[in-house]
Unconditional design. Structure first.
Lengths: 288, 269
């Protein structure tokens, strides 16, 4: 085989690989949509779930508490994870000396990103649910989830802060600003698009997370929106998991697809808003 | 207006001794790690004139400039010995407030570096930071600063547009206006025209001549003509040492040191 032929074959293989890769997303979306769209109606968005397959119960079957529960969990983990992550990133980029300790901290946060979520769930269950007595609840779930999203926020914030030109810092310091004033008024605003992108990516990760929630939140098919931080909380991924695992009833299974569709829509709208917010701020900063 | 020591280009060769010293370097040394960047500097910079530091790349002229507002402090491996007096006070004494010092000493950098904010917010940054004014008073400061930098007429209708929409020369004048906004006594300029075209450069040079009426201006340049055009006094530096310091015209017409002469006549640089 001569080099020209080889080149052609390799290129052909690449075409196939790329084709298969980009094919997956539309297939998944199409498949979830065709199975779920029939069940996606107002009742499904406002009703409460049950394993019952009786006509009358199916007519009121819905995932309202699960949608709200997912939002609560993501909001809680974001409220916890964002300040922690952004402050850590500021420390790592602006204050920490480039020594072994800093490298170790960075290694730790990056390794945290790679830890299997079931391990984090197990840890959250042991520490939060039992030792600290938070029970399987919104609080335990949100705290555990924030561990999942924290590395995203740190990484994205670090990158965003690092690319803020040093000239801005110098200009601010030369005006008599302190280091912290400079960070707060110049560096963070300039890094905001990147930080927001990181936070939204973390939220996207959190909204679909399942393993952590199985072990920490309880109340998968809950019919109630949690009233307290220590109440059990339902969520869309757990609902989908339970429906898929526990039932063979086709109509009920399709509710699982409908819930997946809701989850996908939330996830995609988060990704799109991440993009829009980012572009909005970039435009505001004037460097389109 | 104090006209007793008005210096114009005709009498640039002559600096009256009655002009008061604003900044005095006394046996000042500076190191970056083991690198001895400034060696036994002893010069006095006079009030309300333009003083230029010139010399080949790496001679320490920018470092000398940044010693005046202690911007070298940001570099962790930087170490100094000796004194720098501002109005008779040693600014390197440990109890000196570096933020207060930098309020009194404005700085303009080599590349225009406006903040990623609107034109207005760029100027309002310093006054807000130091809580000098708000509301109408702040508007007034912004207007005065932009007028002081000869930029007001060009931007008064788009104060809330991004500063990045301005040309390079306008951005640099914006940075000068930003420096003026907190009413400093000294303006440091670190090769402010090196990223600009000749017309923008001309405008900045004209501005320097105006600024010295109210401020002490210190300029770093590797452009000989610029030093000759705008400064009353010039220091020629070479590898960390001030080789010659004196009235600009005298230094250019009758250099005392061979190195200075070689530099001025273009034998190196």
């Amino acid at each position: 085989m001569n080099p020209v032929q080889k080149e052609k074959i390799i290129l052909g293989l690449m075409y196939v690989a790329v084709f298969l890769s980009i094919l997956m997303l539309p297939i998944i979306i199409l498949w979830v949509t065709t199975n779920g769209i029939g069940q996606l109606n107002w009742t499904f968005l406002t009703g409460t779930p049950s394993f019952s397959t009786s006509e009358s119960r199916l007519a009121t079957h819905g995932v309202f508490p699960q949608i709200i529960g997912s939002f609560y969990l993501v909001a809680g983990s974001t409220l916890l994870g964002t300040p922690l992550g952004v402050l850590s990133a500021i420390y790592l980029t602006e204050y920490a000396a480039p020594n072994l300790l800093t490298k170790s901290i960075r290694f730790f946060t990056e390794t945290l990103a790679g830890i299997p979520s079931i391990v984090i769930g197990l840890f959250g269950m042991e520490l939060l649910v039992y030792r600290l007595g938070f029970q399987t609840s919104l609080l335990s779930g949100a705290v555990s989830l924030s561990l999942m999203t924290l590395p995203f926020v740190i990484r994205a914030s670090e990158e965003a802060i690092k690319v803020v030109p040093n000239e801005y810092r110098e200009a601010s310091l030369a005006m008599g600003a302190s280091k912290w004033q400079t960070i707060l008024k110049v560096v963070i605003p300039a890094a905001l698009p990147g930080i927001i992108t990181g936070v939204l990516l973390g939220m996207g990760r959190a909204i679909g997370e399942t393993a952590v929630l199985i072990l920490t939140t309880g109340g998968g098919m809950s019919r109630k929106v949690p009233s307290r931080l220590t109440s059990p909380v339902g969520s869309l991924p757990i609902y989908i998991y339970l429906i898929a695992k526990e039932t063979v009833h086709q109509e009920l299974l399709n509710r699982g697809y409908a819930a997946s569709l809701v989850l996908l829509i939330i996830f995609l709208s988060m990704s799109v808003s991440a993009l829009l917010i980012r572009n909005h701020y970039l435009r505001k900063l004037g460097n389109e | 207006m104090n006209n007793t020591y008005m210096i114009d280009e005709e009498v640039q060769g002559f600096i009256p001794s009655m002009v008061e010293d604003k900044i005095v370097f006394k046996d000042f040394n500076l190191w970056y790690g083991d690198n001895h960047v400034l060696k036994d500097t002893n010069i006095s910079i006079k009030n309300n004139i333009v003083t230029a530091f010139m010399g080949p790349s790496g001679c320490g002229k920018s470092t000398l400039l940044r010693s005046i507002d202690r911007m070298n402090d940001i570099i962790p491996i930087c170490r100094t010995e000796g004194e720098v007096y501002l109005d008779g006070r040693n600014i390197y004494k440990s109890e000196e407030d570096v933020y207060e010092l930098r309020k009194r000493v404005g700085m303009v950098f080599q590349r225009p570096n406006p903040f990623p904010m609107s034109i207005y917010d760029n100027i309002a940054y310093g006054p807000k930071l130091h809580k000098l004014a708000k509301g109408d008073e702040l508007d007034k400061i912004v207007e005065d600063s932009l007028k002081g930098a000869a930029l007001w007429d060009e931007v008064k209708d788009r104060l809330h547009d991004s500063a990045f929409g301005l040309s390079g020369g306008q951005q640099q004048r914006l940075c000068i206006a930003r420096a003026l906004s907190i009413n400093p006594e000294i303006i440091l300029m670190d090769e402010p025209c090196s990223a600009l075209d000749p017309i923008a450069t001309m405008k900045i040079e004209a501005l320097m001549r105006e600024l010295k009426e109210n401020y002490t201006v210190v300029l770093v340049t590797h452009n000989l003509q610029q030093a000759a055009r705008v400064s009353e006094m010039t220091a020629f530096m070479y590898i960390g040492e001030v080789i010659e310091f004196g009235a600009t015209r005298a230094l250019f017409e009758n250099p005392q040191n061979e190195l200075t002469e070689n530099y001025i006549t273009g034998k190196f640089g």
